[in-house]
Design a protein around this ligand. Structure first.
Ligand SMILES: Cc1cc2nc3c(=O)[nH]c(=O)nc-3n(C[C@H](O)[C@H](O)[C@H](O)COP(=O)(O)OP(=O)(O)OC[C@H]3O[C@@H](n4cnc5c(N)ncnc54)[C@H](O)[C@@H]3O)c2cc1C
Ligand code: FES
Ligand code: FES
Length: 512
Protein backbone atom coordinates (compact mmCIF):
# COMPACT_ATOMS: atom_id res chain seq x y z
CA UNK A 1 0.00 0.00 0.00
CA UNK A 2 1.49 3.25 -1.09
CA UNK A 3 -0.31 6.52 -0.39
CA UNK A 4 1.45 8.29 -3.26
CA UNK A 5 0.79 5.68 -5.93
CA UNK A 6 -1.24 7.16 -8.77
CA UNK A 7 -1.70 4.81 -11.65
CA UNK A 8 -4.64 3.40 -13.59
CA UNK A 9 -4.21 0.19 -11.58
CA UNK A 10 -4.34 1.75 -8.12
CA UNK A 11 -7.49 1.84 -6.01
CA UNK A 12 -7.60 5.10 -4.06
CA UNK A 13 -10.02 6.02 -1.30
CA UNK A 14 -10.24 8.18 1.79
CA UNK A 15 -9.90 6.55 5.19
CA UNK A 16 -9.97 8.80 8.25
CA UNK A 17 -9.11 11.79 6.08
CA UNK A 18 -6.07 10.16 4.48
CA UNK A 19 -5.83 8.92 0.90
CA UNK A 20 -5.26 5.18 1.04
CA UNK A 21 -3.93 3.54 -2.11
CA UNK A 22 -4.12 -0.17 -2.87
CA UNK A 23 -1.65 -1.31 -5.48
CA UNK A 24 -1.36 -4.84 -6.88
CA UNK A 25 -4.62 -5.70 -5.20
CA UNK A 26 -6.45 -8.86 -6.30
CA UNK A 27 -9.72 -7.47 -7.73
CA UNK A 28 -11.78 -9.93 -5.70
CA UNK A 29 -10.06 -9.15 -2.40
CA UNK A 30 -12.87 -8.03 -0.15
CA UNK A 31 -13.03 -4.73 1.69
CA UNK A 32 -13.16 -6.72 4.93
CA UNK A 33 -9.94 -8.58 4.05
CA UNK A 34 -8.24 -5.29 3.26
CA UNK A 35 -9.40 -3.82 6.56
CA UNK A 36 -8.58 -6.71 8.83
CA UNK A 37 -5.62 -8.36 7.12
CA UNK A 38 -3.88 -5.55 5.23
CA UNK A 39 -4.64 -2.49 7.36
CA UNK A 40 -4.92 -4.19 10.76
CA UNK A 41 -8.28 -2.55 11.46
CA UNK A 42 -10.07 -5.38 13.17
CA UNK A 43 -13.12 -3.50 14.45
CA UNK A 44 -15.23 -4.77 11.54
CA UNK A 45 -15.92 -8.46 12.10
CA UNK A 46 -16.58 -11.47 9.93
CA UNK A 47 -19.64 -13.41 11.04
CA UNK A 48 -21.08 -15.10 7.97
CA UNK A 49 -19.04 -13.79 5.00
CA UNK A 50 -22.21 -13.75 2.90
CA UNK A 51 -23.98 -10.48 3.63
CA UNK A 52 -26.42 -11.94 6.13
CA UNK A 53 -25.35 -10.97 9.65
CA UNK A 54 -24.12 -7.37 9.44
CA UNK A 55 -21.04 -7.90 11.67
CA UNK A 56 -18.86 -6.48 8.87
CA UNK A 57 -20.99 -3.37 8.19
CA UNK A 58 -19.05 -0.27 7.14
CA UNK A 59 -20.21 3.01 5.65
CA UNK A 60 -19.14 4.21 2.22
CA UNK A 61 -19.42 7.93 1.47
CA UNK A 62 -19.44 9.35 -2.04
CA UNK A 63 -20.23 12.58 -3.78
CA UNK A 64 -23.87 12.91 -4.71
CA UNK A 65 -25.85 15.86 -6.06
CA UNK A 66 -23.34 18.40 -4.81
CA UNK A 67 -23.14 16.88 -1.31
CA UNK A 68 -22.02 13.62 0.24
CA UNK A 69 -24.08 10.45 0.48
CA UNK A 70 -23.45 7.89 3.21
CA UNK A 71 -24.45 4.27 2.80
CA UNK A 72 -23.98 1.14 4.89
CA UNK A 73 -22.61 -1.86 3.00
CA UNK A 74 -21.42 -5.34 3.91
CA UNK A 75 -17.65 -5.22 3.64
CA UNK A 76 -17.43 -9.04 3.56
CA UNK A 77 -18.84 -9.25 0.01
CA UNK A 78 -17.72 -5.91 -1.42
CA UNK A 79 -14.62 -6.15 -3.58
CA UNK A 80 -11.88 -3.63 -2.79
CA UNK A 81 -12.01 -1.86 -6.21
CA UNK A 82 -15.56 -0.74 -5.36
CA UNK A 83 -13.97 1.78 -2.94
CA UNK A 84 -12.19 3.67 -5.71
CA UNK A 85 -12.89 7.41 -5.46
CA UNK A 86 -14.98 7.06 -2.29
CA UNK A 87 -14.48 7.37 1.46
CA UNK A 88 -14.57 4.38 3.77
CA UNK A 89 -15.82 4.88 7.31
CA UNK A 90 -15.36 2.07 9.81
CA UNK A 91 -16.17 1.72 13.48
CA UNK A 92 -12.62 2.93 14.28
CA UNK A 93 -13.32 6.16 12.40
CA UNK A 94 -16.08 7.32 14.72
CA UNK A 95 -14.31 8.57 17.81
CA UNK A 96 -13.44 12.27 17.85
CA UNK A 97 -9.91 13.71 17.54
CA UNK A 98 -9.86 14.13 21.34
CA UNK A 99 -10.88 10.50 21.85
CA UNK A 100 -14.50 11.34 22.69
CA UNK A 101 -17.13 8.87 21.61
CA UNK A 102 -19.38 9.64 18.67
CA UNK A 103 -23.04 10.29 19.63
CA UNK A 104 -23.93 6.88 18.15
CA UNK A 105 -21.36 5.15 20.35
CA UNK A 106 -22.25 7.22 23.42
CA UNK A 107 -25.95 6.41 23.03
CA UNK A 108 -25.10 2.70 22.80
CA UNK A 109 -23.00 2.91 25.98
CA UNK A 110 -25.54 5.01 27.91
CA UNK A 111 -28.42 2.72 26.94
CA UNK A 112 -26.57 -0.52 27.84
CA UNK A 113 -27.05 -1.49 24.23
CA UNK A 114 -23.52 -2.75 23.70
CA UNK A 115 -23.58 -6.49 23.13
CA UNK A 116 -20.87 -8.89 22.01
CA UNK A 117 -17.84 -7.77 20.04
CA UNK A 118 -19.11 -9.47 16.91
CA UNK A 119 -22.45 -7.80 16.34
CA UNK A 120 -21.92 -4.45 18.08
CA UNK A 121 -19.57 -2.81 15.53
CA UNK A 122 -22.04 -3.64 12.78
CA UNK A 123 -24.99 -2.27 14.70
CA UNK A 124 -23.04 0.91 15.39
CA UNK A 125 -22.21 1.39 11.71
CA UNK A 126 -25.80 0.80 10.58
CA UNK A 127 -26.88 3.40 13.14
CA UNK A 128 -24.18 5.78 11.92
CA UNK A 129 -25.52 5.43 8.36
CA UNK A 130 -29.00 6.19 9.69
CA UNK A 131 -27.65 9.18 11.66
CA UNK A 132 -26.18 10.63 8.47
CA UNK A 133 -29.22 10.00 6.28
CA UNK A 134 -32.31 10.65 8.46
CA UNK A 135 -32.86 13.49 10.88
CA UNK A 136 -35.77 12.11 12.91
CA UNK A 137 -36.45 8.48 12.04
CA UNK A 138 -39.54 6.72 13.34
CA UNK A 139 -39.16 3.49 15.32
CA UNK A 140 -40.18 1.61 12.19
CA UNK A 141 -37.46 3.34 10.18
CA UNK A 142 -34.92 2.45 12.86
CA UNK A 143 -36.02 -1.19 12.76
CA UNK A 144 -35.72 -1.14 8.97
CA UNK A 145 -32.22 0.38 9.18
CA UNK A 146 -31.16 -2.50 11.46
CA UNK A 147 -32.77 -5.25 9.35
CA UNK A 148 -29.36 -6.46 8.20
CA UNK A 149 -27.84 -6.72 11.68
CA UNK A 150 -28.38 -9.97 13.51
CA UNK A 151 -27.86 -10.68 17.15
CA UNK A 152 -28.31 -14.33 17.87
CA UNK A 153 -28.50 -14.03 21.62
CA UNK A 154 -29.91 -10.88 23.21
CA UNK A 155 -32.37 -8.16 22.39
CA UNK A 156 -32.78 -5.31 19.98
CA UNK A 157 -34.83 -2.94 22.14
CA UNK A 158 -31.94 -1.08 23.84
CA UNK A 159 -30.30 -0.64 20.43
CA UNK A 160 -33.46 0.84 18.94
CA UNK A 161 -33.77 3.12 22.00
CA UNK A 162 -30.15 4.22 21.52
CA UNK A 163 -30.97 5.13 17.93
CA UNK A 164 -33.42 7.71 19.23
CA UNK A 165 -31.06 9.00 21.92
CA UNK A 166 -28.12 9.52 19.51
CA UNK A 167 -29.87 12.54 18.00
CA UNK A 168 -30.39 14.14 21.43
CA UNK A 169 -26.70 13.63 22.22
CA UNK A 170 -25.69 15.23 18.93
CA UNK A 171 -27.90 18.25 19.70
CA UNK A 172 -26.05 18.77 22.98
CA UNK A 173 -22.62 19.08 21.26
CA UNK A 174 -21.50 22.75 21.19
CA UNK A 175 -21.55 24.26 17.69
CA UNK A 176 -17.79 24.80 17.75
CA UNK A 177 -17.16 21.09 18.30
CA UNK A 178 -19.54 19.76 15.62
CA UNK A 179 -17.87 18.33 12.55
CA UNK A 180 -19.21 16.38 9.59
CA UNK A 181 -18.99 13.13 11.52
CA UNK A 182 -20.87 14.25 14.62
CA UNK A 183 -23.52 16.35 12.84
CA UNK A 184 -26.63 14.32 11.97
CA UNK A 185 -28.47 14.52 8.65
CA UNK A 186 -30.17 17.87 8.16
CA UNK A 187 -27.95 19.64 10.72
CA UNK A 188 -28.03 23.42 10.37
CA UNK A 189 -24.58 23.77 11.94
CA UNK A 190 -22.54 26.13 9.78
CA UNK A 191 -19.28 24.55 10.93
CA UNK A 192 -20.49 21.03 10.13
CA UNK A 193 -21.76 22.05 6.72
CA UNK A 194 -18.47 23.75 5.93
CA UNK A 195 -16.57 20.64 7.00
CA UNK A 196 -18.81 18.47 4.85
CA UNK A 197 -18.27 20.74 1.83
CA UNK A 198 -14.54 20.35 2.35
CA UNK A 199 -15.02 16.57 2.57
CA UNK A 200 -16.96 16.64 -0.73
CA UNK A 201 -14.08 18.62 -2.23
CA UNK A 202 -11.58 16.00 -1.13
CA UNK A 203 -13.73 13.32 -2.73
CA UNK A 204 -13.84 15.38 -5.93
CA UNK A 205 -10.05 15.49 -5.91
CA UNK A 206 -10.03 11.69 -5.89
CA UNK A 207 -12.17 11.50 -9.00
CA UNK A 208 -10.49 9.45 -11.63
CA UNK A 209 -9.74 10.84 -15.10
CA UNK A 210 -8.78 7.44 -16.51
CA UNK A 211 -10.39 3.99 -16.22
CA UNK A 212 -9.40 1.65 -13.41
CA UNK A 213 -7.70 -1.39 -14.95
CA UNK A 214 -6.11 -4.06 -12.79
CA UNK A 215 -4.26 -6.89 -14.45
CA UNK A 216 -3.92 -9.70 -11.96
CA UNK A 217 -3.00 -13.37 -12.12
CA UNK A 218 -6.65 -14.38 -11.54
CA UNK A 219 -7.87 -12.22 -14.42
CA UNK A 220 -8.16 -8.64 -15.59
CA UNK A 221 -10.47 -6.11 -13.94
CA UNK A 222 -11.81 -3.22 -16.03
CA UNK A 223 -13.97 -0.41 -14.72
CA UNK A 224 -14.79 1.87 -17.66
CA UNK A 225 -16.62 5.13 -17.14
CA UNK A 226 -18.72 5.44 -20.29
CA UNK A 227 -21.37 3.25 -21.85
CA UNK A 228 -19.57 3.07 -25.18
CA UNK A 229 -16.30 1.99 -23.52
CA UNK A 230 -18.15 -0.64 -21.51
CA UNK A 231 -20.06 -1.92 -24.56
CA UNK A 232 -16.96 -2.27 -26.68
CA UNK A 233 -15.07 -4.08 -23.89
CA UNK A 234 -18.05 -6.39 -23.48
CA UNK A 235 -17.99 -7.18 -27.20
CA UNK A 236 -14.28 -7.90 -27.07
CA UNK A 237 -14.54 -9.93 -23.84
CA UNK A 238 -17.86 -11.83 -24.05
CA UNK A 239 -16.65 -14.42 -21.55
CA UNK A 240 -15.75 -11.84 -18.91
CA UNK A 241 -17.96 -11.65 -15.83
CA UNK A 242 -19.99 -8.47 -15.44
CA UNK A 243 -19.79 -7.08 -11.92
CA UNK A 244 -22.47 -4.71 -10.68
CA UNK A 245 -23.02 -4.44 -6.90
CA UNK A 246 -21.37 -7.80 -6.23
CA UNK A 247 -24.00 -8.99 -3.73
CA UNK A 248 -24.46 -12.20 -5.69
CA UNK A 249 -20.92 -12.45 -7.09
CA UNK A 250 -19.31 -11.63 -3.73
CA UNK A 251 -20.73 -14.80 -2.24
CA UNK A 252 -19.35 -16.89 -5.14
CA UNK A 253 -15.92 -15.80 -3.98
CA UNK A 254 -16.36 -15.87 -0.21
CA UNK A 255 -18.53 -18.97 0.12
CA UNK A 256 -17.80 -21.06 -2.95
CA UNK A 257 -14.14 -19.97 -3.33
CA UNK A 258 -14.70 -19.45 -7.05
CA UNK A 259 -12.47 -17.27 -9.16
CA UNK A 260 -14.30 -14.81 -11.39
CA UNK A 261 -11.73 -14.68 -14.21
CA UNK A 262 -11.84 -11.44 -16.18
CA UNK A 263 -14.24 -8.91 -14.70
CA UNK A 264 -16.01 -5.92 -16.28
CA UNK A 265 -17.39 -3.60 -13.63
CA UNK A 266 -20.41 -1.45 -14.52
CA UNK A 267 -20.23 0.48 -11.24
CA UNK A 268 -18.55 3.56 -12.76
CA UNK A 269 -20.51 3.79 -16.01
CA UNK A 270 -22.26 7.15 -15.65
CA UNK A 271 -25.06 6.47 -18.17
CA UNK A 272 -26.05 3.25 -16.40
CA UNK A 273 -26.41 5.00 -13.04
CA UNK A 274 -29.27 7.22 -14.21
CA UNK A 275 -33.00 7.09 -13.69
CA UNK A 276 -35.67 9.02 -15.58
CA UNK A 277 -39.43 9.34 -15.64
CA UNK A 278 -40.79 9.99 -19.11
CA UNK A 279 -44.42 10.65 -20.11
CA UNK A 280 -45.02 6.88 -20.22
CA UNK A 281 -42.24 5.06 -18.38
CA UNK A 282 -39.95 4.86 -15.38
CA UNK A 283 -36.44 4.14 -16.72
CA UNK A 284 -33.79 2.66 -14.46
CA UNK A 285 -30.17 2.19 -15.53
CA UNK A 286 -28.57 -1.19 -14.87
CA UNK A 287 -26.09 0.20 -12.33
CA UNK A 288 -28.72 1.97 -10.18
CA UNK A 289 -28.66 0.64 -6.61
CA UNK A 290 -31.71 -1.27 -5.45
CA UNK A 291 -32.24 1.38 -2.73
CA UNK A 292 -32.72 4.10 -5.35
CA UNK A 293 -34.63 1.92 -7.82
CA UNK A 294 -37.03 0.81 -5.10
CA UNK A 295 -37.64 4.37 -3.91
CA UNK A 296 -38.52 5.50 -7.40
CA UNK A 297 -40.72 2.51 -8.20
CA UNK A 298 -42.60 2.67 -4.88
CA UNK A 299 -43.28 6.37 -5.47
CA UNK A 300 -45.37 5.34 -8.47
CA UNK A 301 -46.52 1.96 -7.17
CA UNK A 302 -47.02 2.26 -3.40
CA UNK A 303 -48.04 -1.44 -3.37
CA UNK A 304 -44.31 -2.24 -3.65
CA UNK A 305 -43.22 -0.41 -0.53
CA UNK A 306 -43.53 -3.22 2.03
CA UNK A 307 -42.07 -5.84 -0.29
CA UNK A 308 -39.06 -3.67 -1.01
CA UNK A 309 -38.48 -3.07 2.71
CA UNK A 310 -38.30 -6.85 3.00
CA UNK A 311 -35.87 -7.29 0.10
CA UNK A 312 -32.59 -8.33 1.73
CA UNK A 313 -31.38 -5.52 4.03
CA UNK A 314 -30.31 -1.88 3.60
CA UNK A 315 -26.59 -2.74 3.15
CA UNK A 316 -27.44 -5.27 0.42
CA UNK A 317 -29.86 -2.87 -1.27
CA UNK A 318 -27.28 -0.08 -1.10
CA UNK A 319 -24.71 -2.15 -3.01
CA UNK A 320 -26.86 -4.47 -5.15
CA UNK A 321 -28.47 -3.21 -8.35
CA UNK A 322 -31.80 -3.81 -10.02
CA UNK A 323 -29.89 -4.76 -13.19
CA UNK A 324 -27.94 -7.42 -11.26
CA UNK A 325 -31.13 -8.86 -9.78
CA UNK A 326 -32.67 -9.11 -13.25
CA UNK A 327 -29.56 -10.45 -14.99
CA UNK A 328 -29.00 -13.02 -12.27
CA UNK A 329 -32.61 -14.09 -12.81
CA UNK A 330 -32.90 -16.26 -9.73
CA UNK A 331 -36.24 -18.09 -9.62
CA UNK A 332 -36.69 -16.75 -6.09
CA UNK A 333 -35.54 -13.18 -6.83
CA UNK A 334 -38.08 -10.57 -5.77
CA UNK A 335 -37.90 -7.82 -8.39
CA UNK A 336 -38.80 -9.96 -11.39
CA UNK A 337 -42.34 -11.07 -10.51
CA UNK A 338 -43.18 -7.46 -9.61
CA UNK A 339 -41.68 -5.99 -12.76
CA UNK A 340 -43.22 -8.67 -14.99
CA UNK A 341 -46.66 -7.99 -13.53
CA UNK A 342 -46.11 -4.28 -14.16
CA UNK A 343 -45.33 -4.96 -17.83
CA UNK A 344 -41.64 -3.98 -17.61
CA UNK A 345 -39.23 -4.39 -20.49
CA UNK A 346 -35.49 -4.89 -20.36
CA UNK A 347 -33.05 -3.17 -22.70
CA UNK A 348 -30.09 -5.26 -23.86
CA UNK A 349 -27.08 -3.59 -25.48
CA UNK A 350 -24.38 -5.07 -27.68
CA UNK A 351 -21.84 -2.63 -29.04
CA UNK A 352 -23.84 0.25 -30.49
CA UNK A 353 -27.00 -1.88 -30.91
CA UNK A 354 -29.83 -2.26 -28.46
CA UNK A 355 -32.98 -4.33 -28.31
CA UNK A 356 -35.89 -4.30 -25.91
CA UNK A 357 -37.64 -7.43 -24.61
CA UNK A 358 -40.61 -7.97 -22.32
CA UNK A 359 -38.88 -8.94 -19.08
CA UNK A 360 -40.55 -12.36 -18.99
CA UNK A 361 -38.94 -13.17 -22.37
CA UNK A 362 -35.47 -12.82 -20.83
CA UNK A 363 -35.84 -16.04 -18.85
CA UNK A 364 -35.54 -19.19 -20.95
CA UNK A 365 -34.83 -21.85 -18.34
CA UNK A 366 -33.18 -22.23 -14.93
CA UNK A 367 -30.14 -19.91 -14.95
CA UNK A 368 -30.44 -19.45 -18.73
CA UNK A 369 -31.40 -16.11 -20.23
CA UNK A 370 -31.95 -14.76 -23.75
CA UNK A 371 -28.83 -12.58 -23.43
CA UNK A 372 -26.45 -13.34 -26.28
CA UNK A 373 -22.65 -13.24 -26.26
CA UNK A 374 -21.48 -9.64 -25.90
CA UNK A 375 -24.89 -8.40 -24.65
CA UNK A 376 -25.64 -6.88 -21.29
CA UNK A 377 -28.60 -5.35 -19.47
CA UNK A 378 -28.45 -1.58 -19.80
CA UNK A 379 -31.87 -0.47 -18.61
CA UNK A 380 -35.23 -1.52 -17.23
CA UNK A 381 -38.36 0.32 -18.41
CA UNK A 382 -41.52 0.17 -16.33
CA UNK A 383 -44.79 1.62 -17.63
CA UNK A 384 -46.33 4.33 -15.44
CA UNK A 385 -49.55 3.31 -13.65
CA UNK A 386 -52.68 3.40 -15.77
CA UNK A 387 -56.00 4.79 -14.60
CA UNK A 388 -58.15 2.21 -12.84
CA UNK A 389 -55.24 -0.18 -12.39
CA UNK A 390 -54.54 -1.79 -9.03
CA UNK A 391 -51.26 -3.42 -8.14
CA UNK A 392 -50.32 -5.66 -5.23
CA UNK A 393 -47.21 -7.74 -4.49
CA UNK A 394 -46.43 -9.98 -1.55
CA UNK A 395 -43.31 -11.78 -0.44
CA UNK A 396 -43.70 -14.94 1.62
CA UNK A 397 -40.69 -15.98 3.68
CA UNK A 398 -39.97 -17.45 7.07
CA UNK A 399 -38.58 -14.24 8.60
CA UNK A 400 -39.96 -10.77 7.97
CA UNK A 401 -36.54 -9.16 7.52
CA UNK A 402 -33.56 -10.30 5.49
CA UNK A 403 -34.86 -13.58 4.17
CA UNK A 404 -35.06 -15.18 0.76
CA UNK A 405 -38.58 -15.68 -0.59
CA UNK A 406 -40.34 -19.00 -0.46
CA UNK A 407 -42.50 -17.38 -3.07
CA UNK A 408 -43.35 -13.94 -4.25
CA UNK A 409 -46.58 -13.05 -6.08
CA UNK A 410 -47.40 -9.87 -8.00
CA UNK A 411 -50.74 -8.86 -9.48
CA UNK A 412 -51.79 -6.03 -11.75
CA UNK A 413 -55.48 -5.66 -12.57
CA UNK A 414 -56.96 -2.99 -14.81
CA UNK A 415 -60.53 -2.61 -13.63
CA UNK A 416 -63.33 -1.45 -15.85
CA UNK A 417 -66.55 -0.84 -13.96
CA UNK A 418 -67.12 -4.08 -12.03
CA UNK A 419 -64.99 -6.15 -14.39
CA UNK A 420 -61.33 -6.90 -15.07
CA UNK A 421 -60.19 -5.49 -18.40
CA UNK A 422 -56.62 -6.77 -18.10
CA UNK A 423 -54.74 -9.00 -15.66
CA UNK A 424 -51.02 -9.62 -15.29
CA UNK A 425 -49.98 -12.14 -12.67
CA UNK A 426 -46.42 -13.31 -12.04
CA UNK A 427 -44.74 -15.43 -9.40
CA UNK A 428 -41.25 -16.16 -8.20
CA UNK A 429 -40.53 -19.39 -6.32
CA UNK A 430 -43.17 -21.35 -8.24
CA UNK A 431 -41.11 -22.48 -11.27
CA UNK A 432 -37.52 -22.68 -12.51
CA UNK A 433 -37.72 -19.04 -13.63
CA UNK A 434 -39.77 -16.00 -12.62
CA UNK A 435 -42.90 -16.54 -14.74
CA UNK A 436 -46.31 -15.21 -15.70
CA UNK A 437 -49.38 -17.24 -14.80
CA UNK A 438 -51.08 -17.44 -18.19
CA UNK A 439 -54.03 -19.65 -17.19
CA UNK A 440 -54.72 -17.58 -14.11
CA UNK A 441 -54.60 -14.37 -16.17
CA UNK A 442 -57.05 -15.89 -18.69
CA UNK A 443 -59.41 -16.80 -15.86
CA UNK A 444 -59.41 -13.19 -14.69
CA UNK A 445 -59.42 -11.24 -17.95
CA UNK A 446 -62.70 -9.81 -19.22
CA UNK A 447 -64.57 -11.33 -16.28
CA UNK A 448 -66.52 -9.64 -13.51
CA UNK A 449 -64.35 -9.28 -10.39
CA UNK A 450 -66.43 -11.53 -8.19
CA UNK A 451 -66.00 -14.63 -6.04
CA UNK A 452 -66.61 -17.04 -8.94
CA UNK A 453 -63.81 -15.39 -10.96
CA UNK A 454 -61.52 -15.45 -7.94
CA UNK A 455 -62.13 -19.17 -7.40
CA UNK A 456 -61.55 -19.92 -11.09
CA UNK A 457 -58.30 -17.95 -11.04
CA UNK A 458 -57.15 -19.78 -7.90
CA UNK A 459 -57.86 -23.15 -9.53
CA UNK A 460 -56.12 -22.08 -12.76
CA UNK A 461 -52.84 -21.56 -10.90
CA UNK A 462 -52.50 -25.34 -10.75
CA UNK A 463 -52.28 -25.33 -14.58
CA UNK A 464 -49.59 -22.64 -14.54
CA UNK A 465 -47.14 -24.09 -12.04
CA UNK A 466 -45.82 -27.36 -10.69
CA UNK A 467 -43.75 -25.94 -7.83
CA UNK A 468 -40.88 -27.85 -6.27
CA UNK A 469 -40.39 -29.13 -2.75
CA UNK A 470 -37.38 -27.68 -1.00
CA UNK A 471 -36.24 -26.53 2.39
CA UNK A 472 -38.26 -23.32 2.09
CA UNK A 473 -41.59 -25.05 1.44
CA UNK A 474 -43.29 -28.07 -0.05
CA UNK A 475 -44.94 -27.94 -3.47
CA UNK A 476 -48.35 -28.22 -1.75
CA UNK A 477 -47.57 -25.36 0.60
CA UNK A 478 -46.39 -23.14 -2.25
CA UNK A 479 -49.51 -23.81 -4.33
CA UNK A 480 -51.82 -23.20 -1.37
CA UNK A 481 -50.11 -19.96 -0.45
CA UNK A 482 -50.08 -18.74 -4.07
CA UNK A 483 -53.81 -19.40 -4.28
CA UNK A 484 -54.37 -17.65 -0.97
CA UNK A 485 -52.58 -14.58 -2.31
CA UNK A 486 -55.31 -14.39 -4.96
CA UNK A 487 -57.87 -14.57 -2.17
CA UNK A 488 -56.04 -11.70 -0.47
CA UNK A 489 -56.04 -9.76 -3.72
CA UNK A 490 -59.79 -10.20 -3.88
CA UNK A 491 -60.20 -9.08 -0.25
CA UNK A 492 -58.19 -5.93 -0.90
CA UNK A 493 -59.40 -4.97 -4.37
CA UNK A 494 -62.74 -6.71 -5.00
CA UNK A 495 -66.00 -4.78 -4.70
CA UNK A 496 -66.54 -4.26 -0.97
CA UNK A 497 -63.26 -6.06 -0.32
CA UNK A 498 -61.47 -2.89 0.69
CA UNK A 499 -64.03 -2.49 3.45
CA UNK A 500 -63.11 -5.91 4.88
CA UNK A 501 -59.46 -4.91 4.96
CA UNK A 502 -60.26 -1.55 6.52
CA UNK A 503 -62.31 -3.27 9.20
CA UNK A 504 -59.41 -5.68 9.90
CA UNK A 505 -57.00 -2.73 10.12
CA UNK A 506 -59.38 -0.99 12.54
CA UNK A 507 -59.50 -4.14 14.63
CA UNK A 508 -55.72 -4.34 14.72
CA UNK A 509 -55.70 -0.69 15.79
CA UNK A 510 -58.06 -1.50 18.67
CA UNK A 511 -56.04 -4.51 19.76
CA UNK A 512 -52.65 -2.79 19.51
C1 LIG B 1 -27.71 -11.54 2.26
C2 LIG B 1 -28.39 -11.45 0.93
C3 LIG B 1 -29.76 -11.28 0.87
C4 LIG B 1 -30.40 -11.22 -0.36
N1 LIG B 1 -31.75 -11.07 -0.37
C5 LIG B 1 -32.39 -11.00 -1.55
C6 LIG B 1 -33.80 -10.84 -1.56
O1 LIG B 1 -34.46 -10.72 -0.52
N2 LIG B 1 -34.40 -10.82 -2.78
C7 LIG B 1 -33.71 -10.95 -3.94
O2 LIG B 1 -34.31 -10.91 -5.03
N3 LIG B 1 -32.36 -11.06 -3.96
C8 LIG B 1 -31.70 -11.11 -2.78
N4 LIG B 1 -30.33 -11.26 -2.78
C9 LIG B 1 -29.60 -11.39 -4.05
C10 LIG B 1 -28.90 -10.10 -4.58
O3 LIG B 1 -28.75 -9.14 -3.60
C11 LIG B 1 -29.66 -9.51 -5.75
O4 LIG B 1 -29.79 -10.48 -6.76
C12 LIG B 1 -28.98 -8.26 -6.33
O5 LIG B 1 -29.94 -7.49 -6.97
C13 LIG B 1 -27.85 -8.58 -7.31
O6 LIG B 1 -27.37 -7.36 -7.84
P1 LIG B 1 -25.82 -7.02 -7.85
O7 LIG B 1 -25.71 -5.68 -8.46
O8 LIG B 1 -25.25 -7.20 -6.52
O9 LIG B 1 -25.32 -8.14 -8.86
P2 LIG B 1 -23.89 -8.83 -9.02
O10 LIG B 1 -23.62 -9.72 -7.86
O11 LIG B 1 -22.86 -7.84 -9.34
O12 LIG B 1 -24.19 -9.70 -10.33
C14 LIG B 1 -25.17 -10.72 -10.30
C15 LIG B 1 -25.18 -11.47 -11.65
O13 LIG B 1 -25.70 -10.64 -12.68
C16 LIG B 1 -24.74 -10.41 -13.72
N5 LIG B 1 -24.90 -9.01 -14.08
C17 LIG B 1 -24.91 -7.95 -13.23
N6 LIG B 1 -25.22 -6.82 -13.90
C18 LIG B 1 -25.40 -7.18 -15.20
C19 LIG B 1 -25.75 -6.45 -16.37
N7 LIG B 1 -25.97 -5.15 -16.35
N8 LIG B 1 -25.86 -7.14 -17.53
C20 LIG B 1 -25.65 -8.49 -17.58
N9 LIG B 1 -25.31 -9.22 -16.50
C21 LIG B 1 -25.19 -8.58 -15.31
C22 LIG B 1 -23.40 -10.73 -13.08
O14 LIG B 1 -22.45 -11.12 -14.04
C23 LIG B 1 -23.79 -11.87 -12.12
O15 LIG B 1 -23.89 -13.08 -12.84
C24 LIG B 1 -29.66 -11.31 -1.56
C25 LIG B 1 -28.26 -11.44 -1.51
C26 LIG B 1 -27.63 -11.52 -0.28
C27 LIG B 1 -26.14 -11.66 -0.24
S1 FES C 1 -19.80 -11.04 7.83
FE1 FES C 1 -21.95 -11.37 7.95
S2 FES C 1 -22.71 -9.79 6.69
FE2 FES C 1 -20.61 -9.66 6.42
S1 FES D 1 -24.48 -11.74 18.36
FE1 FES D 1 -23.57 -10.24 19.56
S2 FES D 1 -24.68 -10.25 21.43
FE2 FES D 1 -25.75 -11.62 20.09
Amino acid sequence: MNADADSAATVRFLLDGEVTALTDIAPTRTVLQVLREDLGRTGSKEGCAEGDCGACTVVVAERHEGGVRYRAVNSCIQFAPSLDGKALITVESLKGPDGSLHPVQQAIVDGHASQCGFCTPGFVMSLFALFKTRSAPSRQEINDALAGNLCRCTGYRPIVDAAQVMYELARSIPEAKLDWMSAPAGSRSVAARGAEAEFAGRLADLERKDDLVIIHEGGAFHSPRTLSAFASLRERMPAARILAGGTDLGTWVTKQYRGLGDVLSIGSVAELKRTAVTATHIEIGAAVALTDAHLLLAEHYPGLDTLFRRFASPPIRNAGTLGGNIANGSPIGDSMPCLIALGATVVLNRGANRRELPLEALYLAYQRTAMEAGEFVSQVRVPLPQKESVFRAWKISKRFDQDISTLCGAFMLRLDGGGIAEARVAFGGMAATPRRAAACEAALTRRPWNEATRDAAMAALALDYQPIDDLRGTARYRMKVAQNLLRRLWLETGPGGGAVVTRLADLRGVLA
